[in-house]
Design a protein. Structure first.
Length: 167
């Protein structure tokens, strides 16, 4: 297997899921035409179309709310939030609605979604990444935090929310 960067691994994982499951959609800020802030979604809009790779306004709460609506209706959204430090406006949707969907509907609805965002990086924008803690995800029932450093493990982590079929 050829060596790839983490961003390429994420892009390949998203592309694989989208190619094998027509219900997988990607949404986020500048992810369509620009390919995302780190180009993790570069080329996906050309390959899968604007209906499946959707640019959104700069509103993390809206991205989480759209993901909740899509997931509750059977789609498999991949929401891209640029930095983990920006996810706090979306926490109401995530903690109070998405995580409890299965319990509230008596297992009639499972809210499967994947949120991709930068948790830490070797760059100097500490005001963006420093306060981002994955600990907050551990206390929310129904949520799981997946942070991987190796590319292969991260590709598997990206596919875990969609694991109703085998690879």
């Amino acid at each position: 297997m050829a060596k790839v960067t983490m961003i390429e691994a994420i892009n390949r994982a998203h592309a694989w899921e989208m190619a094998h499951d027509p219900t997988v959609v990607v949404l986020g800020e500048d992810i369509g035409v620009n390919g995302g802030v780190f180009r993790a979604t570069a080329g996906l809009q050309e390959k899968f179309g604007k209906d499946r790779v959707q640019d959104t306004p700069l509103a993390e709460g809206m991205i989480a709310g759209m993901s909740l609506g899509m997931a509750s209706q059977g789609l498999r959204p991949i929401a891209e939030i640029q930095f983990m430090g920006f996810i706090y406006p979306a926490m109401d949707q995530i903690a109070n609605h998405m995580a409890r969907m299965r319990h509230r509907t008596r297992a009639a609805s499972r809210c499967r979604w994947f949120c991709a965002c930068l948790m830490a990086a070797a760059f100097t924008r500490l005001s963006i990444t420093r306060r981002a803690s994955k600990r907050c995800w551990r206390i929310i029932p129904g949520c799981a935090c997946c942070a991987r450093l190796r590319r292969r493990a991260h590709m598997e982590c990206c596919s875990r929310p969609f694991a109703t079929r085998t690879r």
